[in-house]
Design a protein around this ligand. Structure first.
Ligand code: MOS
Length: 698
C-alpha cells in the first residue's frame, strides 16, 4: 500500500552536504600516507615505445616511482583493452596513458611526469572519419546487441515511386563528456585487499573489472562511489584512473590518488563518435511516409569495436512500408568511442527529426502535423504494439503550451529588428529497459528501516528516488527509512546508465520491501526483538520479462533568434513535454529533463571536438576552447510530463528519464534555425560563420 512518497517533490537527501562541500568525492577522502599519481599520455599516435628514461623524474624531489610497461604489475588481458594499461610498448592512439608518476604531493607528481623521457618508433596513422574511407566495414552487430542492418519491403522501389523525396546527409563531430568531477580514484591495497573510491556509474561493474584485471576474487575488492559528480555515460565502465591508481598503489604499497585533468578527459575515457548520416525519406503528397532509409557511418578504435547504434532510433519511430537502416564503421588510430547521453538515439534523432522537418517543408505540411500523421501504435521494427506510446499526446500538449498554433510556416517570415525569429519541433524517444539487481531490507527494533542496494547517484537524485520507492514499498513514511547506496559491498545492482537505473533498482527495492513485510507479518505478534533482514534478487523476474517495445516519448519545441548581421544564434526558449511512465520525484525529474535538453542545445550550437590529423588528437581539449552551453545561453527552458501509466514496464511503472531529454533537442534547434533563416545547416554545430557563409541573411 502506498504512503505516497513516490510522486512527491523531495529535495535531494544529500543536498545539504553537497552545497556545503562536505559530500566527499573520489579523491577527497582523508587517507593516511596518501600519495599522488599523475598519468603520462603518449606523445605519438601510433607506434612503439623504444625507451623510457626515468632517471631525471626519479631524481626529482618527492617522486617515489615511475610506472610504465617495463615495470608495472601485470594485468590479465580482458574485454576492455582501454584499461589494459602499462602492459605493452604498443601505442594505439595519442593520449594513451603510457606511464604514471607517483609522488608525495600532487605538484611533485606533475613535475615528475614532465621529466619522464619516452622515445617511440612511429608509424603512419589515420584519425579522421570520412564517408569514403577505405577501411569502412560492416560490424556484426551494433551496441548493445542490435542487428547491424535491417530491411522491410523494398526501399529502392518505394523511394523511386514516391512523389515527394528528401535525401540529406547530416554530420556531427566528436563530442566529449565533461562531468564536473573528472574521472578520479583513490586506491589502497592492504593485506591483499583493494579498497578504491572511484568516480563511476557502477561500483559493482568496476569491482568486476578490477577482479579480472588483477586476478583476485571480487570479494577482496571494495569500490565506493558514494557521491559522483556526473558521468553521462563516460563513467559507465572502469576507466583508466582506477586501473592506474590500483597499479600504482600496488607498486608503491601506499594509497594513491589519481585524478585526470580536464584536458585528459578529451579522448582517453571515451567520447561520442563523429557520425555521417544519410537519411532518405519518401512520402505521398500528404506527407505520409512510404519509404525510410537511414545509413550511418561512425568510427571505432583499432583495439576494440564500439558500434554506435545510430540508426536504431529510425527503426521504431515512424511507420512506412519500405524501410532500411545500415551501420558502417571504420577502425581509426583513435581512442575507443564510448557512451555519451543517449548513445545512438541522440545523434540518430538529430538526423531523422531534421529530415522530417525537411519533408514537412517539401510537402508544405506543418511539422507537428506531419509527425502526428506518421505515428505508429505498432512498433514497425518488432511488429508488436508499443506498451504505451504517447508521442502524439506530447506533440499536442507541447504545441499548446508553446503556442505553436499561429505559426507561419514560411521560413524567415518573422523579424524583430536585426533578429530573425524561428521555431522548430522534433520528436523524441528512448527505450525503457531494466536490468537485474539485488537489495536488502532490514526492520530495526526501533521501528526504522534500512534498505541497501548498490545503486549509484551520479548527480541525478537516484538516492532520494530510491528512498521514496523504499518507503512506499515498506508502507511507512520515508522519515523512517534509511537508504544506503554507492558501495560494492552492498547488494549488486545495475549500472547507472541507459536510463535504466530507477527501473532496475526500484524493482529490487520494491521486492525487498514486499518480502520484508511478509516476513514481519509471519512473526508472532508481527514484531521481532532483533533486526529482521531479507535479501532479494530480480535476476529471474527481470530475465523472464517478455520482450516488448517499451519506449518513453517526448516532443521538443524551440524558438531561436538569429542575428541577421553576424549569424549568431541565440535561444529564446525551449520547451519539452515527455511521457516517461511514472515520475518518482518531480524536482529531480525536471532537473534530468532540462539537463538533457540543455546538452542537446549544446550539441546543436556549441560543442565540437576538432581533431588535427597531423597530431591525431583533439586540439580544443579544455573548457576554454571546447564550447559548451552555459546559463546565459539558456534564456528559458521548461520541461513537462504527461501522467502515464504502463503496467508492462516494472513494478514502479517508470520508464527512465536520464537520456530522453537530449534526444531530438538538437534537431528542434536546427529546425528552428532553418525556420528563422531559410538556411539548412546539416553539419553541427550551427556556428555563425556557417550561416553567414551560406547566405546573406540581411
Ligand atoms: Mo548513459 S550514456 O547510458 O550513462
Amino acid at each position: 500500500m502506498s504512503t505516497g512518497a513516490v510522486g512527491r517533490a523531495y529535495p535531494r537527501l544529500e543536498g545539504r552536504e553537497k552545497v556545503t562541500g562536505t559530500a566527499r568525492y573520489a579523491v577527497e577522502y582523508p587517507v593516511d600516507g596518501v600519495t599522488y599519481g599523475w598519468a603520462v599520455p603518449s606523445a605519438v599516435v601510433r607506434g612503439r615505445i623504444t625507451r623510457v628514461d626515468t632517471a631525471e623524474a626519479l631524481a626529482s624531489p618527492g617522486v617515489l616511482a615511475v610506472l610504465h610497461h617495463g615495470n608495472a604489475p601485470r594485468l590479465a588481458p580482458g574485454p576492455q583493452p582501454e584499461v589494459w594499461l602499462l602492459q605493452e610498448p604498443a601505442v594505439h592512439y595519442r593520449g594513451q596513458f603510457v606511464a604514471v608518476v607517483v609522488a608525495t604531493s600532487l605538484e611533485a607528481a606533475r613535475e615528475g611526469a614532465r621529466l619522464v623521457r619516452i622515445d617511440y618508433d612511429t608509424g603512419p596513422h589515420s584519425t579522421v572519419l570520412t564517408d569514403d574511407h577505405p577501411g569502412l566495414y560492416r560490424p556484426d552487430h551494433v551496441n548493445p546487441s542490435y542487428p547491424t542492418d535491417t530491411a522491410e519491403g523494398d526501399f529502392d522501389a518505394g523511394y523511386a515511386a514516391a512523389p515527394v523525396r528528401v535525401d540529406a546527409t547530416y554530420r556531427t563531430p566528436a563530442y566529449h563528456n565533461n562531468p564536473m568531477e573528472p574521472h578520479a580514484t583513490t586506491a589502497h591495497w592492504r593485506d591483499g585487499r583493494l579498497l578504491v573510491h572511484d568516480s563511476t556509474q557502477g561500483a559493482s561493474q568496476v569491482r568486476a573489472t578490477l577482479a579480472e584485471l588483477f586476478e583476485v576474487p571480487p570479494e577482496s575488492i571494495r569500490v565506493v562511489a558514494e557521491h559522483v559528480g556526473g558521468g553521462f555515460g563516460s563513467k559507465g565502465y572502469a576507466k583508466a584512473p582506477v586501473v592506474l591508481a590500483a597499479l600504482a598503489a600496488r607498486h608503491v604499497d601506499r594509497p594513491v590518488r589519481l585524478a585526470l585533468t580536464r584536458q585528459q578527459l578529451f579522448g582517453p575515457v571515451g567520447y561520442r563518435t563523429p557520425i555521417i548520416q544519410r537519411i532518405r525519406l519518401a512520402a505521398d503528397a500528404d506527407g505520409r511516409l512510404t519509404a525510410i532509409c537511414h545509413d550511418a557511418i561512425s568510427q571505432t578504435s583499432t583495439i576494440r569495436e564500439f558500434a554506435e547504434q545510430t540508426a536504431v532510433y529510425t527503426r521504431s519511430m515512424y511507420a512506412a512500408p519500405h524501410r532500411r537502416t545500415t551501420h558502417r564503421l571504420v577502425r581509426l588510430d583513435v581512442p575507443t568511442p564510448f557512451w555519451m547521453r543517449a548513445p545512438g538515439e541522440c545523434p540518430g534523432a538529430y538526423a531523422l527529426e531534421s529530415a522530417m522537418d525537411e519533408l514537412a517543408t517539401a510537402v508544405g505540411t506543418d511539422p507537428v502535423e506531419l509527425r502526428i500523421r506518421n505515428d505508429a501504435q505498432v512498433d514497425p521494427d518488432q511488429g508488436r504494439p508499443f506498451t504505451s506510446r504517447n508521442l502524439v499526446a506530447c506533440l499536442r500538449e507541447g504545441a499548446q503550451r508553446f503556442g505553436w498554433a499561429d505559426r507561419d510556416p514560411t521560413p524567415r517570415a518573422r523579424r524583430d529588428g536585426r533578429w530573425l525569429i524561428g521555431t522548430g519541433v522534433a520528436g523524441s524517444s528512448y527505450p525503457a529497459r531494466a536490468r537485474p539487481s539485488s537489495a536488502t531490507a532490514t526492520a530495526r527494533p526501533d521501528g526504522s528501516f534500512l534498505v541497501r542496494i548498490n545503486a549509484t547517484d551520479i548527480g541525478t537524485g537516484a538516492r532520494t528516488a530510491m528512498w521514496q520507492v523504499a518507503a512506499d514499498a515498506l508502507g511507512v513514511p520515508p522519515e523512517r527509512v534509511e537508504i544506503r547506496i554507492g558501495d560494492s559491498d552492498l547488494p549488486t545492482a545495475a549500472v547507472a546508465g541507459g536510463s535504466m537505473g530507477t527501473a532496475s533498482w526500484s524493482w529490487a527495492v520494491i521486492r525487498a520491501g514486499q518480502a520484508l513485510r511478509e516476513k514481519l507479518r509471519d512473526l508472532p505478534g508481527g514484531t521481532s526483538a532483533g533486526e529482521v533482514t531479507v535479501e532479494v534478487s530480480t535476476d529471474d523476474e527481470v530475465g523472464g520479462q517478455p520482450t516488448l517495445p517499451r519506449y518513453a516519448y517526448g516532443a521538443q519545441f524551440v524558438e531561436v533568434r538569429v542575428d541577421a548581421d553576424t549569424g549568431e544564434v541565440r535561444l529564446n526558449r525551449m520547451l519539452g513535454v515527455f511521457a516517461a511512465g511514472r515520475i518518482v520525484n518531480p524536482t529531480t525529474a525536471r532537473s534530468q529533463l532540462i539537463g538533457g535538453m540543455t546538452m542537446g542545445l549544446s550539441m546543436a550550437l556549441h560543442e565540437e571536438g576538432l581533431l588535427d590529423e597531423r597530431y591525431g588528437d583533439w586540439v580544443n581539449h579544455d573548457l576554454a576552447t571546447y564550447h559548451i552551453t552555459v546559463c546565459p545561453d539558456v534564456e528559458s527552458i521548461e520541461a513537462y510530463w504527461l501522467d502515464e501509466q504502463d503496467d508492462e514496464l516494472n513494478p514502479a511503472g517508470v520508464k527512465g528519464i536520464g537520456e530522453i531529454g537530449i534526444v531530438g533537442a538538437a534537431a528542434a534547434v536546427a529546425n528552428a534555425v532553418h525556420h528563422a533563416t531559410g538556411v539548412r545547416i546539416r553539419e553541427l554545430p550551427i556556428r555563425l560563420d556557417k550561416l553567414v557563409g551560406l547566405s546573406a541573411l540581411a
